[in-house]
Design a protein around this ligand. Structure first.
Ligand SMILES: Cc1cc2nc3c(=O)[nH]c(=O)nc-3n(C[C@H](O)[C@H](O)[C@H](O)COP(=O)(O)OP(=O)(O)OC[C@H]3O[C@@H](n4cnc5c(N)ncnc54)[C@H](O)[C@@H]3O)c2cc1C
Length: 423
């Protein structure tokens, strides 16, 4: 374990952010706006990790903690089904088994509900911040607040959703229950069987990589320096209490570090002597030609767990959650399940192949909550990771919260649910 620096900083001079996904970029921008000199080290290209091709939903209505009592038993049943939307890879690896046990414990309703309330608050603030960004910068043209329609095929599923949507309403999310007739009248794109839906009018959507680019442009304008192709492989101390970070693009040093390495945070934590239990959960997204009729808003095909985001010139569909650590292989069977699911419910182009298939690793903590705050026992190491299925929709407020904590401002949100020293 490395020497620790138990010094409280609230002076922002120079900061190295490791990881240039949407979370690292959002943190860097907020820090630079507070006068810090910020460098982002990204081993690949900015925004080309999990932030690149996700579903593009900015939906507080779906910002639930991953450890969810309603999914718990289904997930074990689904372990045996090669086509299930949720897959937990069985493996005898002690840190992974510990993660699974912590996940089970966090799935209790008493923990899930307050966690979800905190996540929804972070998400609602973020969607407002994305909207403000779109108003400032016409390059963010894909941002639209057209709502999300959750479509149900079975009465038992829609009945089972009542409690979850009551929780959302308590968290301040506007919710409307639609009959099957309303679904068909309001959204003619739904051609498959349905018993009705829930509509969330305040939810928004965008093209995810465009969002990262626009945010990175603002960060650059605020003075952030981005270094691509800089993979960090070692972190140490210098004689002057500064951190020395060795990367494939050279050695950097800074007074403070922000770890924003998404699904690779466990390894980064090890370099620092920290336990950061973040496991990759793989998902796919496919870009297809426009549907006919093309949906007029985002749609969630509930039973199939397929997310639909209609862009102006394409249809994005996304799905599956496979807890696989960093396995990046493409499982054709699961990709086909997403495509079949969309075809069963929407009139998707008969063109056989998707225009593109993308996969990403969602950074998942065992309690399904992001980690935002100072690392346990350190004065100069901060963490912003573990945003699971919600990194895009919570990025701006994550950056704001972290920068507020680092600069000693009163945080806009209660930081307790996101504490970095909880593991
Ligand atoms: C199919 C799918 C659909 C999704 N849909 C949505 C959605 O609709 N809405 C939503 O909000 N979220 C969604 N998500 C989740 C969202 O994509 C993630 O939560 C988010 O992208 C996480 O951002 P991040 O910056 O933490 O991670 P990343 O974007 O993965 O960024 C981490 C970066 O760190 C870099 N890095 C790692 N190790 C090092 C190192 N040693 N040195 C330097 N750099 C390093 C990586 O190269 C990477 O660029 C979806 C995810 C998937 C897979």
């Amino acid at each position: 374990m490395r020497a620790r620096t138990p010094v409280a900083h609230n002076r922002l001079v120079d900061v190295l952010v490791i990881g240039g996904g949407v979370i690292g970029v959002a943190c860097a921008r907020e820090l630079a706006l507070r006068g810090a000199s910020v460098t982002v080290l990204e081993r690949d290209r900015i925004g080309h990790g999990c932030s690149y091709g996700n579903a593009g939903w900015l939906t507080p209505s779906q910002a639930t903690a991953l450890a969810n009592p309603s999914m718990l038993f289904k997930s074990f049943r689904w372990m045996l089904d090669p086509e299930s939307p949720l897959y937990i890879q069985p493996r005898l690896d002690p840190p992974y088994l510990r993660w699974l046990i912590e996940f089970l414990l966090a799935s209790r309703r008493s923990r899930f509900e307050p966690a979800t309330m905190a996540l929804v608050a972070l998400c609602k603030a973020s969607v407002d911040m994305w909207e403000a960004l779109a108003a400032r910068d016409p390059a963010f043209r894909s941002f639209e607040r057209r709502g999300l329609l959750a479509v149900y095929e079975h009465q038992s599923s829609i009945d089972a959703a009542v409690a979850a949507n009551e929780l959302m309403a308590r968290a301040g999310v506007r919710v409307e229950r639609w009959s099957a007739e309303q679904v068909r009248a309001q959204e003619p794109a739904v051609i498959g069987p349905t018993v009705g839906g829930y509509f969330f009018p305040d939810d928004a959507q965008c093209e995810p990589y465009e969002a990262v680019r626009v945010l990175a442009d603002e960060a650059t304008a605020a003075g952030v320096r981005f270094v691509e192709g800089a993979e960090v492989f070692d972190v140490g101390n210098t004689a002057h209490g500064r951190r020395e970070v060795k990367s494939t693009a050279g050695v950097f040093s800074a007074e403070q570090l922000v770890v924003a390495t998404g699904s690779w945070s466990e390894q980064m934590g090890r370099m620092l002597g920290l336990r950061l239990p973040v496991i990759g959960a793989k998902g796919y997204s496919l870009l297809l030609p426009k549907a006919d009729p093309h949906p007029s808003r985002s749609i969630y095909l509930i039973e199939r767990k397929v997310a639909v985001n209609p862009h102006h010139d394409a249809l994005r569909i996304a799905g599956t959650l496979e807890l696989v650590r960093n396995d990046f292989s493409i499982n054709t069977r699961r990709v086909d399940v997403i495509l079949r699911g969309a075809r069963a419910m929407l009139r998707v182009s008969p063109e056989p192949a998707a225009r593109s298939v993308w996969r990403g690793l969602r950074p998942c903590t065992p309690d399904g909550m992001p980690v935002i705050g100072r690392a346990r026992g350190y004065g100069d190491v901060w963490i912003a990771t573990g945003h699971q299925m919600a990194g895009l929709k919570t990025a701006p407020a994550t950056g704001q919260l972290l920068a507020q904590l680092m600069s000693g401002e009163t945080p806009r949100f209660d930081p307790a649910p996101f504490r970095a020293d909880r593991f």
